[in-house]
Design a binder for this molecule. Structure first.
Ligand code: ISE
Length: 334
């Protein structure tokens, strides 16, 4: 079965997903697109042969030739499209964040509860990364005992001019928050945000930031976001257990030694570092759609991440610990 896909939002990530759905992955075909930039939507549709460019995302969702929906639009627009896809009974992959407010996330959860089943997968692609999956296997095997602490480094060489200190939490650290929940199989109880000496390259940005997550089971996760670090896009991770550690290896494929020195490549950006993870993530989504199943990060995971980033913003401003309070988890999320 070929899954016929409608894509809402054909900006950078939307076009990258269309590329992989059309040229890399198996079992899917993009048949409809929409974007607030109608001309861009028409151009992207034209490049896909028989795909249609709709005027709105709602029309993509309602299109009878669309089996499943990809939401890659601006974060504040996610709630309406995801709820509409749920009500249309169509599987929907929503790029992070699930939604930008706790209330919007709860509306999405309520829609799935009313539908009586999951239909949403959220785009936390790190769960599909080979290194993070190897870390998860190590923890789950018990080889290092119970995980006690984690250091998670999230480094961008630079960020665009519109990037704000709050985005370091809601746009960047959100990935570390989700991966901590997944690796520790636990929820976050509270968070603290510490402002080290600022990187002069970041102007007025509070950069770097140190965000401490205290998991409900007591483990601590130290999330470092450095978004003007210049040397490259570098993702670091190490977990300390009772009897050992598991550390993410360098992401380069070779180390070159010459003239008395050695070195390897640091990825340029998140697309290069996580290209394979995005491929695996969407291939597994396609396979699940074809099987009539929904797997991977759920609306609950999207909700929990948004509540944690909301707490992070409170902590950033207060300088103290902020509590992460979640509603009861509906049974459809296991
Ligand atoms: C960006 O929005 C992403 O989602 C990337 O994965 C992350 O590494 C980057 O810091 C964010 O700004």
């Amino acid at each position: 079965m070929t899954v016929r896909i409608g894509v809402i939002g054909v900006g950078m990530i939307g076009q990258d997903h269309i590329r992989r759905l059309s040229k890399v992955l198996a079992g899917g075909r993009v048949v409809a697109v929409a974007d607030t930039d109608a001309a861009r939507a028409r151009e992207v549709a034209g490049g896909l042969g028989s795909a249609r460019a709709h005027a709105t995302g709602q029309e993509v969702i309602a299109d009878p030739d669309v089996d499943a929906v990809l939401v890659c639009s601006w974060g504040p627009s996610h709630e309406d499209y995801v709820v509409a896809a749920i009500r249309a009974g169509k599987p929907v992959f929503c790029e992070k964040p699930l939604a930008t407010t706790e209330a919007a996330c709860l509306n999405i959860i309520e829609a799935e509860v009313a539908a009586g089943r999951r239909l949403v997968q959220v785009g936390f692609m790190r769960r599909y990364d080979d290194s993070y999956r190897a870390m998860k296997r190590t923890i789950d095997s018990g080889e290092i005992g119970a995980p006690l602490m984690m250091s998670s480094g999230h480094r961008n060489p630079s960020v665009p001019g519109h990037y704000t200190s709050d985005m370091a939490i809601v746009d960047t650290a959100v990935h570390d928050i989700d991966i901590a929940r997944w690796l520790f199989d636990d929820e976050i109880a509270e968070t603290l945000v510490i402002k080290p000496r600022q990187n002069s390259r970041g102007g007025e940005l509070h950069d770097p930031l140190m965000m401490i997550l205290r998991m409900r089971g007591g483990a601590l996760v130290n999330v470092e976001t450095s978004v003007n670090i210049d040397y490259g896009y570098d993702i670091r991770g190490e977990i300390v257990g009772e009897t050992g550690t598991v550390t993410m290896a360098e992401s380069n494929t070779v180390i070159v030694k010459s003239r008395g020195s050695f070195g390897g490549r640091v990825p340029e950006d998140w697309r290069e570092r996580f290209m394979r993870a995005y491929d695996v993530e969407l291939q597994e989504w396609l396979d699940a759609c074809a099987a009539g199943e929904v797997r991977g990060p759920s609306s609950w995971d999207g909700y929990a991440a948004t509540v944690a980033t909301d707490a992070g913003l409170v902590a950033l401003k207060s300088g103290g610990w902020a509590t992460v309070t979640l509603r009861d988890k509906p049974t459809i999320y296991g």
